[in-house]
Write a protein that binds this ligand. Structure first.
Ligand code: ATP
Ligand code: MG
Length: 728
């Protein structure tokens, strides 16, 4: 059989990894060096040359998007159906295992996935129930504590230092939380992994079966695996499984979420005779992009150390744009994307990357205005929007009324006279009797616990859910979705909101019905024995945001740098390159290598670019309701100046960037500049803010800013050219 196509377009070390004989392999290499490609070719090689059954391979990637791509690429190489192949994320695979073995995992068949927001809501309630002060014991922190413990494989009873009062308190919250989840059949993201691990631990015959079946385990982005994922993998591999991992310590960006870059070293220690392959040639980016990225990452101390080179020409310098403010930044980026499209290139070749999800909004606005289609990954994702989650909560109740999180979400949505007092009473009943809220509602009604009015209201709600359950179980998913939206009268709840927001919510609900209508259950889920509704709900929780719209439509890609991992685009913008935003303020303040992780994130962002890379920052950015002066990110200064080219607003020519400019101190009283149109202390008039007093000037020329104190609106920094100020 001719297998040369599996080795074509691979360099020597890549081939070595793909064709390695028995044993474990670690491919350790920088961005764009072909790690993912090697993993895909290895997969195909195993099946075609080593005659491993497609059922005998497990491939793990970081996102569902990456899993889809991997499946497609393998299919192209093999020219056979990739259906039997088990490819997915750790969470997706754990979920599938738990669905297939729910009994052994100690879960009810209809268990539901609890997303992060629901988890927090549930925790808030528990903290309240325990009579704890929420300001001192915030739910967010409880969530962090619990997830971190689960990532370490710890249940409440495993937690040490119970003599430490704070830990002991959180452990108690963890214990309560676990009780609630068990009663309602709720599984959070961290729980998926922990349960899947315990499934192995507690059921040796099952583990044995999978060990025999899955003889080859391949893992991409290995540097971002957590302790529990690594433990799961080790257990599954046992003595016989062959493990092939690829990763890059310089791209470890999830340390804050429990990822353990040390797993790379542990792998070499824990598995016998690991063959390590290093790849040094980058095939993705132009010379300039690569050189700048290499120079940046060289500032990190904690590195295994490697340098990438490329055969590609240097290409354009990296373009640096200093925007007046965030509006100007968005306008600039969208202009450049328009030029790119006008020159005959595709919109989906362009990606805008940013540090925080909130930054997407302005780009969306300007793209909309320019009529350029776009897609946002992450952020306020479709399935996370309030109205979508409300409607899904009804659908969840239809399926499992014991789902406390869902019940609590909608019991008084729309308002049906079930007040906080009634809900509290219900919770107490539930807690005292060890029941779910739904069960407690039934019991309380039977015992006549409620006052008349509240009793009628709760009975009405119970009847509503029961009647929907009776009639709609057999309906198609789309009809169920429409049915629960209509009969719950959920839209009444939003009708009081401002027109525009209300309309958006209605649109989203319509879109949700469309999504349910169009939903076809993936084969994986069918194989795992899920019904359509379970599959849809899990998909909504697990794949939020990755499936909105037609994923392969030709649209500009907007995403955080975290979600850009593993991807590549010909044209990349990294926006918001400002100290405090990127690197993020928290990382600058905290010790413990956070700044290095931010630098790796910047490295990840830059190395997504194939042909052109733009870095942009705003000199003034409106954040949290006030205007702030920004300094360009220190990461810009860490790149060689000769690789950067600065573009100035409204200037035909550009000049090389000169780094390391000192922070501009505001020039205040004492110094007077002839070019200032107002004197310090002079009264001025602003069209919106009214009368004010000039406090200071800063900058020069087009960049001159003026600090004005407006008695009515507070002190503000304004760009003089835009401010429309007049002498009062
Ligand atoms: P990352 O660290 O960002 O995940 P990676 O190491 O996984 O990157 P790939 O995505 O596999 O890198 O490859 C980067 C690009 O280089 C892809 O477009 C890939 O097709 C191409 N490439 C990889 N190896 C070769 C090769 N030997 N010849 C030509 N192109 C290659
Ligand atoms: Mg990759």
């Amino acid at each position: 059989m001719d297998v040369s196509h599996l080795l074509e377009e691979l360099n020597e070390p890549q081939r070595e990894a793909v064709t390695a004989s028995d044993g474990h392999v670690l491919v350790l290499a920088g961005a764009g060096s072909g790690k993912t490609r090697v993993l895909v070719h290895r997969l195909a090689w195993l099946i075609q040359v080593e005659h491993v059954s497609p059922l005998g391979v497990l491939a793990v990637t970081f996102t569902n998007k990456a899993a889809g791509e991997m499946r497609e690429r393998t299919g192209n190489l093999l020219q056979v159906s990739t259906r039997p192949l088990w490819i997915g994320t750790f969470h997706g695979i754990a979920h599938r295992l738990l669905r297939m073995h729910w009994k052994e995992a100690g879960l009810p068949e209809e268990f539901q996935i609890l997303d992060s927001e629901d988890q927090q809501r549930l925790l808030r309630r528990i903290i309240r129930d325990e009579g704890m002060d929420e300001t001192q014991w915030p739910a967010r922190q409880a969530q962090w504590f619990i997830n971190a413990r689960k990532d370490e494989g710890e249940r409440p009873q495993h937690i040490d230092h119970l003599d430490h009062p704070v830990t002991a308190t959180w452990a108690q919250v963890y214990r309560r939380y676990e009780e609630y989840c068990n009663r309602g059949g709720l599984v959070d993201f961290a729980e998926l992994l922990l349960r899947a691990h315990e499934l192995w631990l507690e059921h040796p015959p099952l583990l044995d079966y999978y060990r025999k079946r899955l003889g080859h385990l391949l893992i991409d982005e290995f540097q971002d695996t957590t302790a529990i994922q690594y433990a799961w993998l080790r257990m599954l591999a046992g003595q016989t499984g062959q493990v092939f991992v690829v990763g890059d310590d310089d791209q470890s960006i999830y340390g804050w979420r429990g990822a353990r870059v040390e797993n790379v070293q542990h792998f070499v220690r824990d598995f016998p005779d690991v063959r390590t392959v290093r790849l040094e040639q980058n095939y993705r980016s132009t010379g300039n992009i690569l050189r700048a990225a290499n120079a940046l990452i060289a500032h990190n101390q904690a590195r295994l150390g490697k340098e990438l080179w490329t055969d590609d020409p240097p290409g354009q310098p990296i373009q640096l744009y200093a925007a007046f403010n965030e509006q100007d930044e968005a306008r600039f980026v969208v202009d450049r994307i328009q030029q790119w499209i006008d020159s005959g290139r595709r919109a989906d070749e362009a990606a805008v990357l940013y540090r925080t999800t909130a930054q997407s909004r302005l780009f969306e606005e300007y793209l909309l205005r320019a009529n350029i289609p776009y897609r946002v990954y992450g952020g306020q994702r479709f399935f996370e929007r309030t109205e979508v989650k409300d409607a899904l909560a009804y659908l969840r109740l239809l399926h499992n009324p014991n789902d406390d999180a869902a019940l609590e979400r909608v019991i008084n949505k729309p308002a049906r006279a079930i007040g906080q007092k009634t809900v509290t009473l219900l919770r107490e009943q539930a807690r005292a009797a060890g029941l779910t809220l739904w069960q407690a509602a039934g019991a309380a009604l039977a015992q006549g616990v409620f006052a008349t009015r509240a009793g009628t209201a709760v009975a009405g709600f119970v009847r509503l859910i029961e009647s929907m359950r009776e009639r709609m179980q057999e309906w198609t998913l789309g009809n169920q979705m429409q049915g629960v939206i209509d009969e719950s009268r959920l839209v009444d709840h939003y009708a009081k909101e401002p027109q525009e927001r209300m309309e958006t919510r209605f649109e989203n609900l319509r879109e949700l019905v469309n999504a349910a209508d169009a939903f076809t259950m993936p084969q994986d889920d069918a194989d795992a024995g899920l019904n359509e509704l379970q599959s849809f709900l899990s998909h909504a929780a697990l794949e939020a945001g990755e499936t909105q719209g037609e994923s392969w439509d030709d649209c500009v890609q907007l995403m955080t740098m975290h979600s850009a991992k593993g991807l590549e685009f010909p044209l990349v913008f990294i926006a918001g390159m400002e100290d405090g935003l990127f690197p993020h303020q928290r990382s600058v303040e905290e010790a413990g290598g956070r700044l290095e992780e931010e630098r790796r994130l910047c490295y990840v962002g830059m190395t997504r670019a194939r042909e052109e890379l733009f870095l942009t920052y705003a000199e003034i950015r409106r954040m949290h309701g006030s205007e702030n002066f920004c300094r360009p990110s220190r990461f810009i200064d860490e790149m060689p100046a000769k690789l950067l080219q600065e573009i100035r607003p409204r200037m035909a020519t550009s000049r090389p960037y000169r780094p390391a400019r000192p922070a501009r101190a505001a020039r205040t009283s004492g110094v007077v500049d002839d070019s200032w149109p107002f004197r310090l202390g002079e009264p001025v008039l602003h069209p919106k803010f009214g009368e004010g007093t000039v406090l200071a000037f800063e900058g020069s020329g087009e960049h001159t800013r003026v600090h004005v104190n407006f008695p009515a609106a507070g002190a503000k920094w304004l760009v003089l050219a835009y401010a429309n100020l007049q002498s009062a």
